[in-house]
Write a protein that binds this ligand. Structure first.
Ligand SMILES: [Zn+2]
Ligand SMILES: [Zn+2]
Length: 337
């Protein structure tokens, strides 16, 4: 089969590899759509722990093509998305439902081969069926939507809370869609430029701040004069996190949703201590695929306009370049097979 594989950091190629066979408990999915995530570029650049050579790709959808031992054959032919978490299901963390804390945790697209390929192997226990009305491209985006769902759940935001989202990448925009669906008010999106302003407005942003040309602190003093109830940082960038801690209202919540790329950052401790802020870590997707599919299929959130560019695997270099350069209006490049 064709696959796009990272041989070692910085070295990515289209290769021909054998079609993999599903082990016990796994299914083989014929990939129909696989989105390129900014995190995949971190893997390509060698900034995230991964097993090379690696076929990346954790935002996927497809059709079950064959099943391993012990898996119900009725899955064959089903349109599916699924969890990327390969776990034991028996350790104390797994039994609490906290798969990400499993002692033997491995993630598809990082430690195991992912979906930039014609086929991917995934565990049967994490599969979800895709309703007919959802396209494969849209279904593939239930992975980043699931990240946003987990983040907002951890934030404990309530109806009527004010909200600021730092960053208008795909995770920032998914978080915006969830925040609006939850009934948060005066939702502000702050990005460096205005390139994604119209998309953010379409998804319900009440305000948009372009940090390169506006003073974030001054603008926020006008929009949320008493400070913001819930701030989500979807950037992982030091200056954004520093600002978030200063803009949050006393007793409010700052959720760290962005990847910090291993950096040690300077924060003013007293912003948290004196103001009694709640600072919450919200890494990763917490098994939210089914909820994401349900919300898309019921129309509560709409992901179809996040698919900006569709391409074949052979066009991988163009897709990666688009994710790096983020041209105007671009959100996601999706391989369609
Ligand atoms: Zn992703
Ligand atoms: Zn476990």
């Amino acid at each position: 089969m064709k696959a796009v594989r990272i041989e070692s950091p910085g070295n990515i190629n289209l290769v021909e590899v054998p079609i993999p066979e599903p082990d016990k408990g796994f299914v083989r999915v014929k990939v129909k759509a696989a989105a390129i995530c900014a995190t995949d570029l971190e893997v390509l650049d060698g900034r995230i722990a991964a097993n090379y050579p690696l076929i990346p790709g954790h935002e996927w959808s497809g059709i079950v093509d064959s099943v391993g031992a012990g898996v119900d054959e009725s899955w064959i032919g089903e349109r599916v998305v699924g969890s990327n978490d390969v776990v034991c299901l028996t350790c104390p963390a797994c039994r609490r439902g906290e798969w990400r804390y499993c002692k033997s945790f491995e993630e598809i697209g990082f430690k195991r081969n992912g979906a930039y390929a014609e086929y991917v192997l995934v565990p049967a226990y994490g599969l979800c069926r895709i309703p007919e009305q959802i396209s494969f491209e849209e279904a593939a985006l239930c992975e980043p939507l699931g990240v946003a769902l987990g983040t907002m759940k951890k934030s404990r935001a309530k109806l009527g809370d004010t909200c600021l989202i730092m960053g208008a990448g795909s995770i920032g925009l998914c978080t915006l869609a969830v925040a609006k669906a939850m009934g948060l008010r005066d939702v502000v999106v702050c990005a460096s430029s205005r390139r994604r302003e119209s998309l953010a407005r379409q998804h319900g942003a009440d305000h948009f701040i372009a940090a390169a040309e506006q003073d974030l602190m001054k603008e926020m003093a006008k929009i949320h004069p008493d400070g913001t109830d819930v701030i989500i940082d979807a950037t992982g960038m030091e200056e954004c996190i520093q600002s978030a801690l200063k803009l949050c209202r006393k007793g409010g919540t700052v959720v760290l949703e962005g990847y910090g790329r291993g950096k040690t950052m300077q924060i003013c401790m007293d912003d948290i201590h004196i103001n009694n802020l709640k600072v919450i870590g919200a890494g990763n997707n917490w098994n939210m695929h089914q909820k994401a599919i349900d919300l898309i299929s019921s129309g509560v959130v709409n992901m179809c306009d996040f698919v900006s560019e569709k391409m074949g695997l052979e066009d991988y270099a163009r897709g990666i370049e688009m994710v790096r350069s983020r041209p105007e209006g671009f959100v996601k490049a999706v391989f369609t097979l």
